[in-house]
Design a binder for this molecule. Structure first.
Ligand code: BGC
Length: 736
């Protein structure tokens, strides 16, 4: 591939040089390949190419393979990865080489790979920091290029509607504004490398159980104000070259052949110009082309390669217009031009994992959330003499999530998967960044003892003798299977008994998302470290010893019990489905999202239920005070207030602005936030302006703002309205 792309690149570069007004002249070449002119817009360039393509050549762009299934037809240079589409070298159109996913260049099956693993998507969301998300995306996008890929299948932004969704760790939490903003920033970061990123899985792929057969049902207005809004914001912010449609049905129709999603919302309302690629094995017929699908991915996983001969036959019979095929190819080519894939062909090599892993480490440091800290147990004193570290394979590394997004850096260790888990992705992978080593390095004068937690009595006896105990607890999660929202195995008992033996117990959670904490009252401190990536152990060490102050904030509510979940039972769970990539044997069923757009904290605000930890929550080693709120209205709302660091350490705070009531509707909504770093005693005036759409309701096929008073609250999380105010906003109707 590298060779081919290089060839295409040389060709394009030569043509650019040949343009009038530029260095040398080669008029013949300009006349032959006018689309090589980067000064023409991507649509024009795509059209100029298309004018040269036969119907067969156009169709050839619209279906691609999984290299692993290509057999002898796989060109030698093509890596085993998610997807491959041949290019048109004689026209300078590069082949497409696709790799998963949002957390780095996935390399399941390539064990000698040295890709850098980012912390999970929810961890990225827990930074509440678009710059951090951009930097993380830019790093993995760079590595994708350096490994020879020009598409990274990143950008998963399905909302967290249920803590049991097995892919929550890849996504950005429960709030559309936070998720869309951070996912969009990560996408922009990936694409800053002249490669394409997707945004996925469009839409309502909000659980893994039955993902191939389930039918997501939701009221349109609620859909627009929740899951669709997250996609809309991510697309506006990140301009991904491609949207990946999901496996499941939405409103009775498969997402990849869903006219409402792909044509009415995406193209007509949002004016999305790029191409829609299918998820792998998500195409069920050529009808998908009519509904708005442009490209069939992973074609060997579908019952038939629909976007090849069957598409051609459909054109011949008049079922599908030739103009529609041209439009499909147009959307594809225009994204390749827009993202810079044509003008900047990938050249493999130049990886600098040392510097890249620092990006992963910094992201983890910003993402870890301090949930509890009684009597200032944290940060750990360097004077502690006997530290006991228990469990979670803390001597090996930090756990990561499984499935197509799995990144396996060199030196990773895989433990066996639980029975019944999907078999791709190779074991429960621990990234080689051991928290134990990071703790030892920071406590040179202490005796640090590790116990794996498998024998309760030994662990408890050791805990009793320690100055401080750090228990590591893990929860594994993977694509293709949902999870119980609690720790794996006997870890709850272990923590409870260790804490009973020594209240100076710190629990470090390495979880996909929310878990039950029946032992919460008995422990001294809790850190939520998520899946913390290739430098996770180091980041945890820094946080534990206060080299870095905790600044992460929860991007989702942690419910107090399963009774607080939107659905008591996960739909489809009676069928014991584990998804593979082949067509599912499961019986179709509905998932009815009766909570509508009241996802997560919005539902808690409505019911008055008290969660274990609210959305937006996170402690610091210092303390902050908010004062002096003024709210101004007009076209939208702006809140101004002062944040003061009242503690003894420098720290970073994330004050949040929530809408609490609008003239016609009282739904709590995050409408903005700020991140401020302050020295002890320092105060700063912060100003947060709400995007107008966040104040509006979906009504009359647009965003409607009713005239009147809008009430807001400023607080450290969704459940703590520290300052309250209101202002009048003018009526408006905004186009979708
Ligand atoms: C997943 C996608 C992934 C694709 C290619 C699918 O099973 O749902 O997220 O990009 O496989 O590996």
């Amino acid at each position: 591939m590298v060779g081919r792309n290089l060839k295409a690149g040389v060709c394009a570069a030569a043509l650019v040089l040949a343009l009038p007004g530029l260095a040398s002249a080669a008029p013949k070449a300009v006349a032959v390949q006018p689309w090589a002119n980067p000064r023409l817009g991507p649509d024009r360039r795509a059209d100029l190419v298309l004018d040269r393509l036969s119907l067969d050549q156009q169709i050839a762009l619209l279906h691609g393979s999984m290299p692993v299934f290509m057999g002898p037809r796989k060109p030698a240079h093509v890596l085993i990865s998610a997807g491959y589409f041949p290019g048109i070298p004689e026209l300078g159109i590069p082949e497409l080489t696709e790799s998963d996913a949002s957390l780095g260049v996935a390399n399941a099956g390539r064990k000698d790979d040295d890709a850098t693993a980012l912390p999970s998507g929810v961890a990225l969301a827990a930074t509440w920091d678009a710059k951090a998300a951009f930097a993380a995306g830019a790093m993995i996008g760079k590595q994708a290029r350096q490994k020879g890929f020009n598409v990274l299948l990143a950008g998963g932004v399905n909302l967290l509607r249920d803590p049991r969704n097995g892919r929550n760790f890849e996504y950005f939490g429960e709030d559309p504004l936070l998720a869309g903003t951070l996912d969009g920033a990560a996408i922009a970061g990936v694409q800053s490398n002249h490669i394409v990123s997707t945004v996925k899985h469009f839409a309502l792929n909000d659980q893994e159980t039955g993902r191939m057969v389930l039918d997501g049902q939701i009221d349109e207005a609620a859909f627009r104000e929740s899951d669709l809004l997250a996609f809309e914001i991510a697309i506006e912010t990140g301009h991904p070259g491609s949207v990946m449609c999901a496996y499941n049905r939405v409103g009775g129709v498969y997402a990849c052949e869903n006219r409402f999603l792909l044509t009415e919302v995406l193209r007509n309302d949002w004016k999305y110009p790029g191409w829609v690629m299918s998820d792998w094995g998500a195409v069920h017929g050529v009808a998908a082309a009519k509904a708005g699908l442009d490209q069939e991915s992973g074609q060997q996983l579908d019952k038939q390669v629909f976007f090849d001969a069957p598409l051609k036959a459909a054109v011949a019979s008049g079922e599908i217009a030739a103009a529609r095929v041209r439009e499909m190819a147009h959307r594809y080519l225009r994204s390749l031009f827009a993202a810079g894939v044509v003008d900047h062909p990938v050249v493999a090599g130049g990886l600098d994992t040392a510097s890249d892993s620092r990006v992963a480490g910094r992201t983890a440091e910003q993402a870890i959330v301090l949930l509890k800290n009684d009597s200032g147990l944290l940060p750990l004193m360097k004077t502690a003499k006997r530290i006991v570290v228990i469990g979670g394979h803390a001597d090996v590394g930090v756990i990561s999530g499984g499935g197509s997004s799995q990144v396996i850096p060199l030196g990773s260790v895989a433990f066996p998967k639980p029975k019944g888990a999907p078999q791709w992705g190779g074991g429960q992978v621990y990234h080689p960044s051991a928290p134990l080593a990071a703790i030892k390095a920071r406590a040179p004068g202490a005796v640090v003892t590790f116990n794996d937690g498998s024998d309760l009595a030994t662990a408890v006896a050791l805990a009793r003798s320690a100055d401080v105990v750090v228990v590591f607890a893990t929860q594994w999660s993977t694509e293709g299977m949902d999870i119980a929202a609690r720790l794996d195995g006997a870890q709850d008992t272990l923590i409870a008994q260790v804490a009973a033996a020594n209240p100076k117990t710190v629990v470090v959670l390495e979880t996909a998302g929310p878990v039950a904490m029946p032992w919460q009252g008995g422990v001294g401190a809790i850190l939520e470290a998520w899946y913390s990536g290739g430098r996770g152990g180091e980041a945890i060490g820094k946080l534990l010893f206060g080299e870095v102050g905790p600044q992460g904030r929860l991007p989702m509510t942690f419910p107090a019990s399963e009774k607080q979940f939107a659905r008591a039972v996960l739909p489809g769970s009676d069928q014991n489905i584990v998804e593979t990539l082949t067509p599912s044997a499961a019986k179709p069923f509905d998932v009815t999202y009766t909570e509508g757009s009241d996802v997560g904290y919005r539902a808690f605000a409505k019911s008055g239920a008290t969660p274990l930890f609210p959305f937006g929550y996170g402690l610091s080693y210092t303390a902050f005070r908010y004062s002096g709120l003024t709210v101004t209205g007009g076209k939208t709302l702006t809140a101004r207030f002062t944040v003061t660091n009242t503690g003894k350490r420098p720290g970073t705070d994330t004050p949040q602005l929530y809408l609490t009531a609008a003239p016609r509707r009282s739904q709590q909504r995050l409408i903005g936030w700020s991140k401020v770093s302050l020295r002890p005693g320092e105060a700063r005036v912060v100003s947060v302006t709400a995007p107008r759409r966040m104040l509006a309701d979906w009504r009359g096929h647009g965003w409607t703002l009713d005239a009147g008073a809008y009430r807001v609250a400023v607080g450290p999380d969704a459940a703590t309205p520290t300052l309250k105010g209101s202002a009048k906003v003018a009526a408006a109707w905004l186009k979708p």
